[in-house]
Design a protein around this ligand. Structure first.
Ligand SMILES: Nc1nc2c(ncn2[C@@H]2O[C@H](COP(=O)(O)OP(=O)(O)O)[C@@H](O)[C@H]2O)c(=O)[nH]1
Ligand SMILES: Nc1ncnc2c1ncn2[C@@H]1O[C@H](COP(=O)(O)OP(=O)(O)O)[C@@H](O)[C@H]1O
Length: 195
């Protein structure tokens, strides 16, 4: 019989916009039964996005109120929208689930790493510029949003060398398989033989 050791991990999926972080993360999360911690966002949900599933979508007023109460572990402004992770959500999920996952840009991933150190495993997901551009266009994102994302593609890509693991994402099933195998290694190390 096995029981979980007291070793909580945060798997952070990061990389350029459009590389497939959310898609890959949710598939790996479902495969391994990991709990997702959502950020709060002030932008409007896109078609198909669901409050409480993709983000906690909240008004700017509420966001600023939470911010003034120091509720966010970290917060960014992108294209006049704010995104942040509530510290309580992390601590709470961390304590109750053992291993959690979330999706962050480079800056957020770095703050998490600095805050939680060895508990944070950064999984860098990437594809070439033309591919991420096409995926975002196929998804129906506006040209303005795509151009904004691409303007920091090189900055995002350069974070690969600092992440614990990197995976190119072209064949989705293959990417999910590779990452699931890698994370199982971490989860197995959390198991101790009881008797
Ligand atoms: N630092 C930080 N980045 C975040 C947070 N939540 C989401 N992001 C990232 O901020 C960017 C938001 O841009 P957006 O165009 O809305 O992308 P999307 O939400 O991934 O489709 C994405 O790269 C997200 O991964 C957060 O709480 N903190
Ligand atoms: N390996 C892949 N092959 C083809 N399309 C993909 C692949 N991975 C993700 N996608 C698609 O690319 C788009 C962007 O993926 P998404 O997960 O939203 O990226 P990110 O979270 O990195 O911005 C989505 O429409 C998704 O279905």
């Amino acid at each position: 019989m096995y029981e979980l050791k007291d070793r909580e991990l945060i798997f952070v999926f990061t990389g350029p916009d459009g590389s497939g972080r959310k898609t890959v993360a949710d598939s790996v999360g479902a495969t391994l039964g990991l709990k997702k911690v959502l950020s709060y966002a002030t932008r409007d949900p896109r078609p198909g996005e669901v409050d409480g599933q993709d983000y906690h979508f909240i008004s700017m007023d509420l966001y600023e109120q939470m911010e003034s109460q120091n509720e966010f572990l970290e917060s960014v402004t992108i294209n006049n929208n704010k995104y942040g992770l509530r510290e309580y959500d992390i601590e709470h999920s961390f304590a109750n689930n053992g291993c959690i996952y979330l999706i962050m840009n480079r800056d957020g991933a770095e703050i998490l790493k600095q805050t939680y150190g060895d508990h944070v495993i950064r999984l860098f997901i990437y594809a070439d510029r033309a591919t991420v551009e096409k995926r975002q266009r196929d998804l129906g994102l506006s040209e303005e949003v795509i151009a904004n994302h691409l303007s920091h593609y090189d900055y995002d890509i350069a974070y690969q060398s600092e992440c614990e693991h990197a995976f190119e994402n072209y064949d989705l099933a293959h990417t999910v398989f590779e990452i699931s195998n890698t994370l199982e290694g971490y989860l197995d190390r959390n198991l101790v033989e009881k008797d």
